[in-house]
Structure formats: C-alpha cells, structure tokens
Write a protein that binds this ligand. Structure first.
Ligand SMILES: Nc1ncnc2c1ncn2[C@@H]1O[C@H](COP(=O)(O)OP(=O)(O)OP(=O)(O)O)[C@@H](O)[C@H]1O
Length: 259
C-alpha cells in the first residue's frame, strides 16, 4: 500500500459539454493538510464532491487508500471520509445530539442500533467540539459557528480518517473562524487525520496547510509547500490582482497583502 491517502490521476469532469476539471493529477499523503485555492468557478468544490463520492461520473482515476472512489459503497466511503460543507442546514430541525448521532450511521445495520460505545463516541465528539451543552437544543436555535461545530462533531463521530472541508469558516466572524480552525487542526493532529480544505483566505491557508494547490479554469497551476508556491507572480496569475508578500511578524511565514 502506498503512503498516499488520496491519489488523483488524469481526472476530467464535465457537468455539461464543458470540462470543469481538465486532466488533473495530484496526491495527498496520510496526516497532511492540503488546501485548494483558486478563483470562483475554478472547480474546487467539484473536486471535493468527486473525492467524497457525490459525483461519480468522472473520467480518470480518484483513489482513496488505493481503491477507486467509484468502487466504494456510499456507506463504506462514509466510514473513511467526512465532508463538511460551507453551510449546514438540515432538512428537519432536529436535536443536536440526534444530528451528531447520524455520524454513527455508516457503522450501524438493520440488526445493530446505537450501542454504549456509539453513545460514548457521540458524547466525546460533542465535548471536544464544545457543543455538548447544546445536545438537547434544536439545531435552528444555534448560531452559524455553533452549527458548524455540530457538523464537525458529527464528522468526528463518523470516525473517518479523511476530512473534506469546503470553505467551512466562510460565514463566521474572525474570532469564531479562528477558534473553529484551531479546533479542527488540533483534532486533525491528535487523531492523525488527513484533510483537504477548499479555501479563499490565502493567509489562513499558508498558516494551516502542509501543501497548497492552486486551481484555475479546471487546471492545477501550482502545488507545494506554502513557502515555495506563494509568490506575487503566481497570485497575479491566479487572481489577476497585484499583491505584496512580507514576513508575518507573528509566525515568520509569508503574509500576503493584496493591493
Ligand atoms: N450542478 C452543476 N451543473 C452545471 N454546472 C455546474 C454545476 N455545479 C457547478 N457547475 C459549474 O462548474 C464550475 C466549477 O464550479 P465549482 O463549484 O467546482 O467551483 P469553485 O471553484 O468551487 O467555485 P467557488 O469559489 O465560487 O465556490 C463553475 O463554472 C460552475 O458554474
């Protein structure tokens, strides 16, 4: 078995006639955090949806743990990968405990409902994301940031080893965004998870990522360690705007200031 958790080779995807992803190849090692950046419409969310098995009519190869995504059952894939969307709005206004308990569904069967261990996992997930106090409340009564923490608790209860995060802090204020990001990174480290994050905040991506990958018009423009790939030329090529890169006085990493 290879050291790669996710391996994409020659991936092409089209919703209609036009190709949204054009023959892209990359891989993510176990325990690493890859951030995917790029302009609106460059194919970032589409890529995540393919990796998590929502879009299966792709051509090329997308493997998780050396097995083609298309060949996994939805249930088996859900045991491995947790998808956290930009915004979480459940169809029914359920209690938060119930929502988090759905994370255990891939592990249940017709003959096995929630057992003591499942309840322990749900409780621990809610405690580590600091939403246990909201367990009896309905989801609609929570703030945006609290809701996102509930969906992360559900993902943790799922016990997947791969987190796929789609701009999951976009709607949060800087305080909540920072706190949720720190919490998620801590969980990734503690549980040795692998993560792929779609992001727009370049500086946040520099701070949290093992690697950054830039997509534009469905193609990979650059991929590598943040310090290596982030240049003023590259940012202008990707986003069409000028920037200045200075040294971040807090962590010594590159800090991008857009003109
Ligand atoms: N269901 C769909 N049917 C047809 N076209 C779609 C569909 N979903 C996305 N697209 C198109 O595919 C392209 C890539 O969309 P995608 O959502 O992957 O981009 P993105 O990089 O995540 O964008 P953003 O930064 O705006 O979230 C866009 O041109 C979009 O209009």
């Amino acid at each position: 078995m290879s050291d790669f958790f996710v391996r994409v080779e020659g991936l092409t995807y089209r919703y209609t006639n036009e190709e949204v992803l054009k023959n892209i190849s990359f891989s993510v090692e176990k325990g690493k955090v890859l951030s995917i950046l790029g302009p609106n419409g460059s194919g970032k969310s589409t890529l995540l949806k393919i990796i998590v098995g929502i879009l299966r009519d792709y051509s090329g190869s997308v493997k998780i743990l050396d097995k083609e995504v298309k060949e996994y059952s939805i249930k088996h894939l859900a045991m491995i990968a947790s998808y956290i969307p930009q915004e979480f709005s459940p169809v029914f206004d359920l209690k938060n405990f119930t929502i988090v308990s759905f994370g255990r569904n891939p592990h249940l069967s017709l003959f096995r409902g929630l057992n003591k261990r499942d309840y322990e996992i749900i409780e621990a997930s809610m405690k580590s994301t600091e939403v246990y106090e909201f367990r009896e409340r309905r989801c609609s009564t929570l703030s945006g940031g609290e809701k996102q923490r509930v969906i992360i608790a559900k993902s943790l209860a799922q016990e997947g080893q791969l987190l796929l995060l789609d701009e999951f802090t976009t709607h949060l204020d800087p305080g909540h965004s920072q706190k949720l990001l720190d919490l998620t990174l801590n969980l990734i480290k503690t549980n040795n998870l692998t993560a792929i994050m779609v992001a727009h905040d370049v500086n946040q991506a520099i701070k949290v990522s093992s690697e950054i990958m830039f997509l534009k018009d469905g193609k990979i423009i650059s991929k590598g360690h943040p310090e290596e790939v982030i240049t003023e030329e590259l940012l202008e090529k990707v986003y069409g705007v000028k920037s200045k890169i200075i040294k971040n006085p807090i962590n010594g990493k590159p800090l991008v200031i857009f003109h």
